[in-house]
Structure formats: structure tokens, C-alpha cells
Design a protein around this ligand. Structure first.
Ligand SMILES: Cc1cc2nc3c(=O)[nH]c(=O)nc-3n(C[C@H](O)[C@H](O)[C@H](O)COP(=O)(O)O)c2cc1C
Length: 194
């Protein structure tokens, strides 16, 4: 995968990160996995609530891995089943200190997940996040209690050979990465002001 083509220089880890579908079968050491969640742990959050929770499984624990895999939609299972690690992020939807709704919970789970993804990049790992999963299935098979909402799933591992993918996915894997121009997303002082 060609790294992001940027006119403006950005941090190497941000530039290196991308979401592969082809994963090699190299296992991810437990210590490395813990490093990913440690990075997530240090994300900022509203009221320092730390509303993030993660459920993960490695291929070594076939039953647990199968439980996570079963939450994914078929289109994601096709390739994610080769990743050595799967995880689900979960948001606690209320504040511990007063029980009120935490409107920032999803934001903060995203912050923690971004930390995890960048830490993975530092370790030469890749993470492919997925919204294509059933929250209901996750709730049921993973025992997620009331007050917590599944947010996203992720496949983690070392990049594999795109040739192992079905033709359509291989094309997507090798396609150039695209982004909106800066002028469409960052405004100076007022909406859409350049
Ligand atoms: C919340 C979220 C949900 C996503 N859902 C899926 C998904 O269900 N299946 C998939 O193949 N990719 C999914 N992606 C990956 C995006 O398609 C990918 O990040 C985007 O195309 C940009 O590509 P890049 O990560 O390689 O820069 C998701 C990413 C995020 C952050």
C-alpha cells in the first residue's frame, strides 16, 4: 500500500496507518496486545470517565475468537477471519459520578481506539476497524450488560499478501487511498470560510 500522498508533512505513524484486509497468519504476542490496550487506556475523555471497554480474542482461543467473528457481517467475516486478533469496543453510556447520559462516550471510545491503532502502527501491526457487525449478537454472545453499547470491531495483525484475497477485495486493497481536501473539512472562523 502506497502511504498517504501528502503535500503537508504529518506524523509518520498517521501516514503509515491504513486498513488492510489481507492479514498474515503471524500471531500477535500477548505483550503486544497489552501494549495496544495500554495505549487506549491513556486517551483523554470527558470528566476522565474512560467510558471505553474492549473485548478481544486471539485465534489461539478458538471459541472466544469464533464468538467475536460471529458478530461480524458476512462481508467482513470473509477477510477478517484471517486476522490473528479480533476485538470489539464498547461504550459505557452514563457517567459513573452522577448516572447522567454521557454524550461524549462514543467520541471518547473513538479517541481510545485511535490511540490503540497508532500504537499498533508503531509495532508494525495493522488494525482494520469495522462498523459492519451486529450489536445485538455482540450483546448476546459476549454478555454485554445494560448501560453499555457496542461501538466498533477491529481486526488486528500483520499485513498479509493481497493475492490471498478474492479478486474484488484485492482490487480494493491495492486502490489508492483518498481523502477530502483540507478546504472541505477545516474552516477558518466561520462555517465554510477559507
Ligand atoms: C467506525 C468504522 C467503521 C468501519 N467499518 C468497516 C467495515 O464494516 N468494513 C470494512 O471493510 N471497513 C470498515 N471500515 C474501514 C474504512 O472503510 C477505512 O478506514 C476507510 O476506507 C479509510 O481507509 P484507511 O483506513 O485505509 O485509511 C470502518 C472504519 C471505521 C473507522
Amino acid at each position: 500500500m502506497t502511504p498517504t500522498e501528502n503535500k503537508i508533512s504529518i506524523h509518520n505513524l498517521i501516514e503509515k496507518r491504513w486498513s488492510p484486509r489481507a492479514f498474515s497468519d503471524t500471531t500477535v504476542e500477548q505483550e503486544q496486545l497489552e501494549t495496544l490496550f495500554e495505549a487506549a487506556r491513556w486517551a483523554p475523555s470527558a470528566m476522565n470517565e474512560q467510558p471505553w471497554r474492549f473485548i478481544y480474542a486471539t485465534k489461539e482461543d478458538a471459541e472466544a475468537y469464533e464468538r467475536l467473528l460471529s458478530c461480524l457481517v458476512e462481508a467482513n467475516q470473509v477477510w477478517a477471519k484471517n486476522a490473528p486478533v479480533l476485538f470489539l469496543s464498547v461504550a459505557k453510556t452514563t457517567y459513573d459520578f452522577n448516572g447522567n447520559a454521557n454524550k461524549h462516550a462514543w467520541h471518547d471510545v473513538g479517541m481510545a481506539t485511535a490511540n490503540l491503532v497508532l500504537q499498533a502502527t508503531e509495532l508494525d501491526l495493522h488494525v482494520h476497524l469495522m462498523g459492519g457487525f451486529s450489536a445485538d449478537t455482540a450483546r448476546e454472545v459476549l454478555g454485554i450488560p445494560e448501560g453499555f453499547e457496542p461501538v466498533s470491531m477491529g481486526a488486528v495483525g500483520y499485513v498479509g499478501d493481497p493475492e490471498t484475497l478474492p479478486e474484488q477485495l484485492k482490487t480494493r486493497e491495492l486502490a489508492p487511498r483518498q481523502r477530502k481536501p483540507l478546504s472541505q473539512i477545516a474552516f477558518n472562523g466561520n462555517w465554510e470560510q477559507k
